[in-house]
Design a protein around this ligand. Structure first.
Ligand code: FES
Ligand code: FES
Length: 156
């Protein structure tokens, strides 16, 4: 079955005919062309597909697009404004928090939700918040450092 669904994606109101079984990750990547959201494990295990739904991190590979009716969805594409990287994107770049970069969109969106709620998290809190986001490259230290650096910049 299909239904007409209205939602907001990266600040833009959209209305689409969406099959009930369409996953949010496929909707975002294939229908909306937002390929920044990555598909890693495809089974709710790696966090690469994390987006924000009403400000909370959500695994888009295990979320039905139709369940986001009326919701506000944010992807990593919403981070940069006017060609300027967000504080988190800059911090990941400057602190080598992104190596292959595959996990980075999910890391950044999870960190974004954290910093909105808790502007000054310590390293343990950052580790806890990012516990569902896996990275095969960095060993996590540079990722934690990146989130701390973004928090410092946002505080200044
Ligand atoms: S692709 Fe969604 S959790 Fe891995
Ligand atoms: S930077 Fe490669 S998986 Fe995290």
């Amino acid at each position: 079955m299909k239904r007409v669904v209205s939602l907001t994606v990266n600040g833009r109101e959209v209305e689409d005919i969406i099959p009930d079984n369409l996953l949010l990750i496929d909707y975002l990547r294939e229908r909306r062309g937002l390929t920044g959201t990555k598909q890693g494990c495809d089974g709710g295990e790696c966090g690469a597909c994390t987006v924000l739904v009403n400000g909370r991190p959500r695994l888009s590979c295990v979320t039905l697009a139709a369940s986001c009716a009326g919701a506000e969805v944010e992807t990593v594409e919403a981070q940069a404004h006017g060609g300027r990287l967000s504080a988190l994107q800059r911090a990941f770049h400057e602190n080598l928090g992104a190596q292959c970069g595959f996990c980075t969109p999910g890391m950044i969106m999870t960190a974004e939700a954290l910093l909105r709620d808790e502007p000054d998290p310590d390293e343990d809190r950052i580790r806890e918040a990012l516990g569902g986001n896996l990275c095969r490259c960095t060993g996590y230290v540079k990722i934690i450092r990146s989130v701390r650096a973004a928090a410092e910049e946002l505080k200044a």
